[in-house]
Design a protein around this ligand. Structure first.
Ligand code: MN
Length: 501
């Protein structure tokens, strides 16, 4: 469902006519070589396309306008091999609508001490050429990423790879459609927000549907489709005996399959990338969708429970950003705490809807009571999460702007098995520790729902917030509450002065 190879980033080198055709030819050859190396490196999952060296204001403007109109182009890597007087960049950069990264590199890695002459110096000028270019970016107040180092340096390639993944997530949001089955859970505050502002700022649209419209699709699932999907469940999971054909709860598995087929057909027909449900609004559905949501998330759909459209959109973006990476990501909720001298932990889960992409082993499928919602017992996949570093992120509407809060955490194995817990879960130590992290999260107004990834890092989320042009409050190993509270206050002033655009 998510194919990053459909996307291109354009490798753009700036220069000027001053140096004469011979030098410019050399600049172009070097740029081609760098673009090819970046295109071939495993860290960058999209195509890197060389573009002819730009030498005048008109060429730069034309290239930026071409990038705006090229659907497959998700951003520009820019680099000044030589000096490129930056007034030439004003027209282009003020029109550019695609994400921008400034690669501050140099063709040669080392100084050729015994050979170096003035010709070499005139060719390898990025140390000052890139500073002139950097000035105009700052003078224009452009959001962009600056990556510094030799182009063969694995850290440089990794950092460009992070940015490329984020640019893909951002491109995917533009024009994306989210389906909302029912409205918001009654009285819940943080899941609300300004959908018009979200469309202006983020580019996606949110479409509400009565649950009855989904039910129509669910009821149209054929017996043959259901039979096939029930067989898939048996092939892919460890299915509880009662759910198997002939078991006393087999009908529940059939209903679960019917719901999945209906949802999938609905989402495909409307070309939606994400969706929300609401357990308060299930009229005509026999169970709250559990397994269906888990499997749709696994397959790349964004999801938010209780009408949480902002989190469903973020889950989708983070799915795209992490496409092809090994550990997975999910909709998540901080559920319950484990206060203990060995380190205070958070157990994350939801009523049902945790993506099986983070499962550490083959999930178990069972049907168990939900105890809220007043519907038939829902079928769900139950598993423990993979472990390792992760990020939990949420976006809130603060009234005058969107704010993203991110906590860097470490997912660990559960202290003991959880034989009676009927939902999928992850257990983690938040950085720097629970006391600081949870206090900071609460001061920041962070939501109880998060988009949770074991593949993405603080750098991805920083790049994403920058690309979206929204506030980011990062909670990590360096967070100190006194400083964090000041940052919140200073941000209030900054965003008030800056305005929302
Ligand atoms: Mn919830």
């Amino acid at each position: 469902m998510i194919d990053l190879k459909q996307y291109e980033i354009w490798f753009v080198t700036g220069s000027q006519h001053l140096y004469g055709p011979e030098t410019l030819l050399q600049v172009a050859e070097h740029s081609k070589e760098i673009a090819a190396a970046l295109n071939g490196c495993s860290e960058i999952p999209v195509k890197v396309v060389f573009k002819p060296v730009v030498k005048t204001s008109d060429e730069i403007l034309a290239l930026c306008l071409e990038a705006n109109n090229a659907h497959q182009c998700i951003g520009l890597i820019t680099w000044m091999h030589t000096f490129s007087p930056a007034k030439m960049w004003i027209a282009g950069l003020t029109h550019l609508k695609k994400p921008l990264v400034h690669l501050h590199t140099q063709y040669n890695s080392e100084i050729p001490w015994s050979e170096m002459d003035m010709d070499f110096m005139n060719l390898n000028q990025s140390a000052h050429g890139d500073r002139e270019y950097g000035f105009i970016g700052s003078r224009l107040r452009l959001e962009r990423k600056v990556v510094v180092g030799h182009w063969k340096d694995p850290e440089v390639q990794a950092s460009l790879g992070v940015w490329a993944r984020v640019a893909a997530g951002w491109a995917d949001w533009q024009g994306a459609k989210l389906a909302r089955f029912g409205d918001n859970m009654r009285n819940v505050a943080v899941t609300e927000g300004d959908k018009v502002e979200a469309q202006i700022k983020f580019g996606y649209t949110v479409h509400a549907y009565g649950v009855g419209e989904l039910v129509k699709y669910v009821n149209e699932a054929s017996d043959a489709q259901i039979k096939k999907l029930v067989q898939t469940y048996q092939d892919e999971y460890d299915v509880a005996p009662a759910l198997l054909p002939g078991g006393k709860a087999h009908q529940s598995l059939i209903e679960s399959a019917r719901i999945e087929i209906g949802m999938r057909t609905f989402l495909e027909a409307g070309e939606f990338k994400a969706f929300t449900t609401n357990f308060e609004d299930l009229y005509g559905l026999v169970q709250l969708p559990g397994l269906a949501v888990q499997r749709l998330m696994r397959d790349g759909y964004g999801f938010g429970a209780e009408g949480d459209w902002k989190t469903s959109a973020l889950v989708r973006a983070m799915k795209v950003m992490g496409a092809g990476l090994p550990k997975g990501m999910s909709f998540m909720e901080d559920y319950t705490y484990h206060f203990h001298p060995s380190g205070d932990k958070i157990l994350g889960a939801h009523m049902l809807e945790v993506s099986e992409s983070i499962a550490s082993s083959k999930p178990r499928i069972d049907v168990l009571p939900l105890s809220i919602g007043g519907k038939a017992d829902p079928v769900r996949a139950i598993f423990d999460s993979k472990t390792g570093p992760a990020v939990a992120a949420s976006i809130m509407d603060m009234g005058d702007r969107f704010r993203m809060v991110v906590n860097v955490v470490d997912v660990v194995p559960t202290d003991h098995p959880l034989p009676k817990l009927p939902v999928a879960r992850a257990l983690w130590l938040p950085r720097p520790n629970l006391k600081v992290a949870a206090a900071a999260w609460i001061y920041a107004g962070g939501a109880h729902h998060t988009s949770f990834s074991l593949d993405l890092t603080a750098e991805h989320m920083q790049d994403f917030a920058d690309m979206a042009g929204i506030e980011l409050l990062m909670i990590d190993e360096n967070t100190r509450l006194t400083e964090f509270k000041k940052e919140i206050h200073w941000n209030e002033a900054y965003y008030h002065m800056r305005g929302n655009r």
